[in-house]
Design a protein around this ligand. Sequence first.
Ligand code: ADP
Length: 376
Amino acid sequence: MAGIVEIKRLVKRYKGNVLALKGIDLEIYRDEFFVLMGPSGCGKSTLLKTIAGILDYDDGELYINGKDMKNVPAYKRDISLMLENYALFPHMNVFDNVAFGLRMLDKDEEEIKKDVMETLALLELKGLEKRFPNEISGGQRQRVALARALVIRPSVLLLDEPLSHIDYRLQRRFASLLKDIHRQISGTAFILTTHDQHHGLSLADRMAIMNSGLIEQVGHPEEIYNEPHTLFSARFVGEVNTFMGEIQEVGADSVWVKTDIGYLKSRKPNAADNLVGRRVGYIIRPEKIKISKTGENAENSVKCIFEYLNYFGHYVEAIFRAPHNVRIKSTIPTYNLPNFKVEDEYWLSWSANDARTIIKPSVVEGVDIEDLIYGR
Ligand code: ADP
């Protein structure tokens, strides 16, 4: 299946020699909800604007619907871009704002009216046609911006950080609206940027983790969560305990890693050769850790001191102190919460199959594994 958007070795350089995209390869398919996720400044917005045609690129190739986009202006790309600040026309009412793109395409007024009203209904905006942007709420303005982008039924809808400037309740509402709309219309790929992993994970069919103008990993959210290729990906997607270590022994399917909290066993990493002596990150997700009072006959067991709880409503994070003052985090559903006593001893244990030994810190050259783990 050919991608609706195909990107090959794409490079974008800003004035002042800022290399914002360092050779991006990506393929996005029709009807996909694709999320570009990464920390602020990693190049998400630059990539989106390059796809949109607002920014030109310096090297590489970009195809939309199989057509080379070099020198193709934004309005001829069969895409819509919803910007972070919505950019509604303040002097136009809701109807005219939404109709704008169709009028630019010289559609006849009857057809425009039908398409606009259909899209307003889809976005629960019916009845607001005659209001001006300053006469509706922030949430409604956002939906008008989405309606304006969607009304032309583009092949690709680009959404630049649509969830970053609204309050939590509206974020949840808008995210589920986006998901609903995506299910209801066909033929449009959604590409959304976010620095927020919760939004990214919950919305994406597939996602790309970006870092410093490069892509760390592309995949389904659960694939990246369970099988991160780099330590950067592991730490950007979901919560994780990371221990710095060195591989001591290699078995058929497992490795033993020497860490500050003892020898820990994990599944063997894919990289095959010369594993012994490699400096690695050993990771275990907090929900995979079992807590007991007596110590279990588990593949990995660490004696720890309970410190405190972080309460999140339906679950809690329990924070423990392992040897050498290493902190370990475990998540527990609230209904199952034992009565922990501060400074009491507990055993934390997990199976080797749930742990990963990650060899590569990042796809970015020169990133030091210790710097990444300890945030130096
Ligand atoms: P993100 O969307 O992930 O926050 P951006 O794509 O906005 O990242 O920025 C990527 C990099 O390019 C950053 O280092 C940023 O400072 C730089 N950058 C963005 N826009 C410009 C510009 N107009 N001129 C120079 N540098 C820019």
